[in-house]
Design a protein around this ligand. Structure first.
Ligand SMILES: *Cc1c(COP(=O)(O)O)cnc(C)c1O
Length: 397
């Protein structure tokens, strides 16, 4: 059958594919340590689950307003105000079926054929695909560990063309854990404003930060920047609610209203029960967030030190999220059982076969020479998996 060109060009999500492969090897009885997951390993907190159960009992099981119920929008408005002093009204907020869906809606209502969208690399795998789906062109700015995996105002300036419509920022970053300081953001945003760009700011890891790192939403820097920024966030990562599918955007009313129109013809409202749970997540006691981040921080400290102690590996020190992105390029050119490792995909295959450890190749994030390791798994698995990596690397020749 002849599929639409846009469907043929679409790449499957690499992170979901790795997790599926690890699961299928496990099903065959092979003991795999999976560092592929892009979600917290903690259960959703009890108080949040309770509200969804209550909602079922109360019969809150019908369609709701397309962009989410008022009470949820108010909870989002309040959270952004309390945490960052950001002032939005409810018509500047819309809720979708996960932040991934929010980002999809944004690209569909903002981008036309021929538009260019600047995406610093390494980037989250989904951004370029969504830009392609909207008929526009992703333009990447490569960064390395020596840059702290961050782009600069100057590099942004050099990448802007008359066709550039938007800049996608993601900090703390998936896959690197790098984040921008207020000063860096200000310089980048000023360049974006000078060229009339929109900023799409994916801040889904805003609460998953370590070592006293401060998160500054780019929209909080000035009124002018706020008017050109669409802030994206959700409950998946902060509250360990990936399966509930609640993400949101805050931004200019005309963008929000177009997103609602689009959503009204696609999915309609995000799940009614999940909306009730999300209200509790945002309004309820926030102590569980701190406990989860504290646990991630311990694992991060262990894994960074361990990886850096392995001969030939270097591991960038992340400030947030729950991933490390070590440089594995010094192993390129080496072989095992007569098979040569030439790139991050080969390296990932080697780790799966020889160490029985699943990681994601850097090339999927637009950065050859690295792999992404998620530490959203137990300390026991982290110790076991990194020990296995160390052993397997000793056998490379
Ligand atoms: C996980 C993730 C998302 C999407 O999360 P949802 O579950 O769709 O809300 C968006 N951006 C980044 C960078 C992520 O890692």
């Amino acid at each position: 059958m002849k599929l639409a060109r846009r469907a043929e060009k679409l790449r499957p999500s690499a992170t979901l594919a790795i997790t599926a492969k690890a699961n299928s090897l496990r099903a065959q009885g092979i003991d795999i340590v999976s560092f592929g997951a892009g979600e917290p390993d903690f259960d959703t907190p009890e108080n949040i689950k309770e509200k969804a159960i209550e909602a079922i009992r109360d019969g809150f099981t019908k369609y709701t307003a397309v962009g989410g119920i008022d009470e949820l929008k108010q909870a989002i408005v309040d959270r952004l105000h309390t945490d960052y002093g950001l002032l939005y009204s409810k018509d500047q907020v819309t809720v979708s079926c996960g932040a991934k869906h929010t980002l999809y809606n944004i690209s569909q209502v903002l981008l036309d054929n021929g538009d260019e969208v600047i995406i610093p690399a390494p980037y989250w795998v989904t951004y370029p695909e969504q830009v392609y789906l909207a008929g526009a062109k992703p333009v990447t700015i490569p960064t390395t560990e020596a840059d702290g995996f961050k782009t600069t105002a100057e590099r942004l300036k050099g990448t802007i063309t008359p066709n550039t419509k938007a800049l996608i920022l993601n900090y703390p970053s998936n896959p690197t854990g790098a984040t921008y300081t207020e000063g860096e953001l200000r310089e980048i945003a000023e360049v974006a404003m000078d060229s009339g760009l929109l900023i799409i700011s994916d801040e889904i890891y805003d609460k998953t930060i370590y070592d006293g790192t401060v998160h500054t939403p780019v929209a909080s820097l000035s009124d002018e920047i706020k008017k050109s920024t669409i802030l994206v966030n959700g409950v998946s990562k902060t509250y360990s609610m990936t399966g509930w599918r609640i993400g949101y955007a805050a931004g200019p009313p005309e963008v929000i209203s177009a997103m609602n129109k689009l959503q009204g013809q696609c999915t309609s409202n995000p799940t009614s029960l999940s909306q009730k749970a999300a209200i509790e997540a945002l309004n309820g006691n926030q102590d569980t967030v701190g406990r989860m981040v504290g646990e991630f921080e311990k694992r991060k400290n262990y894994i960074v030190e361990k990886l850096n102690s392995i001969q030939g590996l270097t591991c960038f020190y992340p400030q947030g999220a729950f991933y490390v992105f070590p440089n594995v390029s010094r192993f390129f050119g080496k072989s095992y059982h007569g098979k040569k490792i030439s790139n991050s995909v080969d390296f990932t295959g080697f780790l799966l076969e020889e160490a029985k450890v699943a990681v994601v190749p850097g090339i999927e994030f637009g950065a050859e020479g690295y792999v992404r390791i998620s530490y959203a798994t137990s300390m026991k698995e982290i110790v076991k998996g990194t020990d296995r990596i160390e052993e397997a690397l000793k056998n490379l020749s």
